[in-house]
Design a protein around this ligand. Structure first.
Ligand code: ADP
Ligand code: GN1
Ligand code: MG
Length: 369
């Protein structure tokens, strides 16, 4: 990420933060936005914030996106207060600009926002303690229950067809055909891996069309590093990265968490012998997610949980591969071949899920109640 300190400061100074700006450094490991830790000081006391330059290439309608974030965080804040929780730590809190807006457009037309920094909590890229993963399952399950009463028709679809896997497949096919970087010949095996599984990609949408799979307000990007775990209590504290809250499927929220957190390796691990689906982690997340969902999932949803995990992993691998073919223009990368490495870990994980399919089904059955 290459955003000069002058541009960061121009943005930071537009917001109603407490005190004088002390520093503004690159922060976190998100693949989409440009994130900075903004530290300010007032009367000897430090105040920290997250400053983000939002990705306007990915999110075409920033105004709609920010309306979603404002609406959802206001709604969650109210519920947290009613439950006697801490609304400054258990949900994201937008800091307004000095003229009372939720985002700032800088002199070069970039969009910025500021959140309160959530202290004393961590986002993990790999499960260190299984208990954390259980907690995150419970929190994501509960999150969907909390949002059940959020008026879905007020939400902007921030990325159309975000988890429409067949549309993602068409985009992938087009990228292979166009092959603008001349990379397709290197990845014939990966291309074949996707094509062999095309048939399975439309199942969720078919069931939705038949009225058998409910559409719910969902998070849509439920990886482990989009949830903060409290350092002291070990409980899931706050679900972050609310840019993709849209109507979607519960099985995909469940599935994306499994894709990232039940993998024995990090998402971009090069040594594929380290990549596998951990059944103990799969089990503990399933237990948490079903507890958090409080019996609200239908039988079809329960039955499709393993499918959700496989589809999110396949779709994500296909998206990394598409981006590799298109010249690494969507996901942030920090080395040559980064998207291809990520694609390969996803496909290795899909293959392992296929090997462990009957175990995955058994585990879901065990917690179905
Ligand atoms: P991206 O869309 O690029 O993934 P995120 O909104 O997930 O951006 O933010 C990137 C990272 O910044 C997160 O993984 C987390 O580590 C950190 N982060 C984001 N918001 C906060 C916050 N309010 N408090 C503390 N850390 C945060
Ligand atoms: C992106 O924004 P971030 O890093 O939390 C992506 C997800 C992918 C994920 C893969 C808006 O998530 O869909 O699953 O990378 N977000 C968007 O790690 O495309
Ligand atoms: Mg994120």
């Amino acid at each position: 990420m290459d955003i000069s300190i002058e541009r960061r400061l121009e943005a930071a100074e537009a917001f109603a933060v407490e005190g004088q700006i002390k520093s503004c450094e690159v922060y976190g490991s998100g693949h989409i936005n440009n994130t900075f830790l903004l530290v300010c000081q007032k009367e000897g006391k430090e105040h920290s914030y997250i400053l983000q330059q939002m990705n306007h290439d990915v999110f075409k309608d920033i105004e709609g996106l920010m309306r979603n974030v404002k609406g959802v965080t206001t709604f969650l804040r109210q519920q947290i207060v009613e439950n006697h929780g801490d609304p400054d730590r258990e949900t994201l809190n937008l800091i307004p600009t000095k003229d009372g807006k939720d985002f700032y457009i800088d002199s070069q037309g970039s969009f910025w926002r500021v959140y309160l920094f959530i202290d004393g909590a961590t986002c993990y890229n790999l499960v260190e303690k299984p208990e954390d993963f259980y907690q995150s399952g419970k929190a994501f399950g509960r999150f969907q229950c909390l949002l059940a009463d959020f008026p879905a028709d007020e939400l902007t679809e921030t990325i159309p067809d975000f988890h429409h896997t067949p549309v993602r497949f068409d985009t992938f096919q087009k990228a292979v055909e166009e092959d603008i970087m001349g990379r397709a010949h290197e990845v014939q095996q990966e291309i074949a891996f996707v094509r062999e599984r095309q048939e399975e990609m439309g199942l969720a949408l078919r069931l939705k069309a038949e009225g058998r799979l409910p559409v719910r307000v969902s998070h849509n990007d439920t990886k482990l590093n989009n949830i903060m775990i409290d350092d002291e209590t070990g409980q899931a504290l706050c679900i972050i990265d609310l840019d993709t809250i849209m109507p979607g499927f519960s099985i995909f929220d469940y599935g994306d968490s499994i894709r990232f957190g039940a993998n024995t390796a990090e998402e971009d691990q090069r040594d594929l012998s380290k990549v596998s689906l951990s059944l103990p982690l799969f089990e503990i997340y399933t237990k948490g997610f079903l507890e958090g969902s409080q019996g609200r999932l239908t039988e079809t949803e329960l039955e499709l949980l393993p499918y959700g995990a496989k589809m999110m992993t396949l779709e994500c691998g296909m998206r990394f591969l598409t981006d590799y073919l298109q010249g690494d223009v969507y996901f942030h990368t920090s080395r040559a071949g980064h998207n291809l490495d990520r694609c390969r870990t996803q496909f290795a994980l899909v293959a392992d899920m296929e090997r462990k399919w009957s175990d995955m089904k058994e585990i879901v059955k065990k917690y179905q109640g």
